[in-house]
Design a protein around this ligand. Structure first.
Ligand SMILES: Cc1cc2nc3c(=O)[nH]c(=O)nc-3n(C[C@H](O)[C@H](O)[C@H](O)COP(=O)(O)OP(=O)(O)OC[C@H]3O[C@@H](n4cnc5c(N)ncnc54)[C@H](O)[C@@H]3O)c2cc1C
Length: 389
């Protein structure tokens, strides 16, 4: 008989979820166990994901699930968080696919798009038949998006887009790119369909992190767009930043999913690995590591649930999202690192998930605002002083 699964929910948070929350969570967990978990090490090893997964995720109603209308599920923020948690418990690349599609690309169109743009893209994106990406970062403009060099200039009724975006998740796959560019009127967003003359993509190779995810460079070489390509509701950097706040929220839950998977792997391993005639779980030093992992995992989940409830009440602030992302990614990384030590040499292989998660979380620590940037956001809130420059 196999050992019972280690307890993860030490704070009885399960009781805080509604029946609908649990049903959705269990459906996604089953899909993850049957369809994703058995394949993820191979996908990571091969540096890819099957593109048709997007359609499967769409059928489950997970793409743009927290948005309303246009075929979107209209789920609560807590439900969206639970889904991010289950997907990232398999791999951060899977959660990234869903985050970028729903919280960045679809959210930008839903919030800032024209009725025609919403009608054209959102139903197909919700079904996973069309994929989107979100191009903000550039080779020379990361934490400071205000320094972007990509420009859009008016030419008659058209816009002409020139520049390069870098590190763009789903870029090489995307049917439509949401691209942010500098114009005479400030930063504006544009929808650039795949195949538009002057628009090219090149995937980033040799990644050691988020390998089960497509990361690409987007290039715009005098790319001509009709006036209808502009997102009419977005003016200034506030547009892309509001989308990032949405996506960061999912990371608060997702990062704890990666941590949970590492914690469970570590407990399971520690119970069965025998050294000095005893399971290594019986050594006090191992127990201390497992307890620290469990404590941070539970605190992280409590934080995620609290922020989710605030978001559902329409009260969540960007600073609270910074706090959640800063804490949960930092603690998730530490949990993965501790798990890796418990697995010893086995911990460095793809036979176990821990180093894969740990490597993934190095990207998660950097994207959607680095831990330093979120620290400075909170530093500014606390002191009233901006230390960005
Ligand atoms: C796998 C992956 C996927 C990504 N997907 C997307 C995507 O879909 N769309 C998109 O637009 N971008 C994406 N990004 C880019 C990501 O958002 C940027 O990498 C991130 O914003 C940081 O920018 P940078 O890498 O240029 O680092 P930099 O901004 O150059 O920062 C380098 C270091 O300096 C620190 N630093 C910078 N400024 C300060 C300061 N004022 N004070 C203290 N420290 C500072 C940073 O915290 C960091 O430690 C992705 C990145 C990765 C790795």
């Amino acid at each position: 008989m196999s050992a019972p699964a280690p307890p993860t929910d030490l704070l009885a948070l399960e009781g805080q979820l509604s029946e609908d929350d649990r049903l959705l969570r269990d459906t996604v967990r089953r899909f993850a166990d049957e369809r994703l978990r058995p394949n993820i090490a191979d996908w990571f090893d091969a540096g890819t994901l099957p593109r048709e997964l997007a359609v499967e995720l769409g059928k489950l109603g997970l793409l743009g699930m927290h948005l309303t209308g246009y075929g979107c599920a209209g789920a609560t923020a807590v439900q969206y968080g639970l889904v991010c948690h289950e997907l990232e418990a398999v791999d951060s690349g899977l959660r990234s696919l869903v985050s970028v599609q729903g919280s960045l690309a679809m959210y930008a169109i839903r919030r800032y798009g024209s009725p025609e743009q919403k009608q054209e893209w959102l139903p197909r994106m919700a079904r996973g038949e069309a994929l989107g990406c979100f191009g903000l970062t550039e080779p020379d403009s990361g934490s400071d998006p205000g320094s972007m060099r990509t420009t859009a200039r008016r030419d008659g009724a058209d816009w002409v887009l020139s520049g390069t975006k870098m590190w763009i998740t789903n870029g090489g796959w995307a049917d439509v790119a949401v691209v942010w560019a500098r114009t005479d009127e400030g930063v504006r967003g544009f929808l650039v369909p795949r195949g538009t003359p002057g628009f090219g993509t090149r995937d980033v190779g040799r990644k050691l992190s988020l390998r089960a995810s497509v990361t690409s460079e987007l290039s715009f070489d005098g790319c001509r767009l009709p006036a209808s390509a502009q997102l009419p509701g977005a003016t200034g950097l506030g547009g892309p930043l509001s989308c990032l706040t949405e996506a960061r929220y999912g990371i608060i839950w997702g990062s704890m999913g990666a941590a949970r998977d590492c914690y469970q792997a570590a407990v399971g391993y520690a119970r069965t690995r025998v050294q000095f005639g005893r399971p290594i779980a019986a050594f006090q030093l191992t127990q201390e590591k497992l307890v620290n992992m469990a404590v941070e995992l539970n605190k992280g989940m409590l934080l995620a649930l609290h922020l989710g409830r605030l978001k559902d009440a329409g009260q969540l602030t960007p600073e609270q999202v910074s706090l959640g992302k800063l804490n949960n990614v930092r603690e998730a990384l530490e949990i993965c690192r501790q798990a890796r030590t418990i697995l010893g040499a086995n911990g460095i292989t793809l036979e176990y998930p821990v180093l894969r998660h740990m490597n993934n979380l190095e990207s998660v620590l950097t994207y959607e605002g680095t831990s330093e940037v979120h620290t400075l956001v909170l530093g500014q809130q606390i002191t009233g002083e901006s230390a960005f420059r």
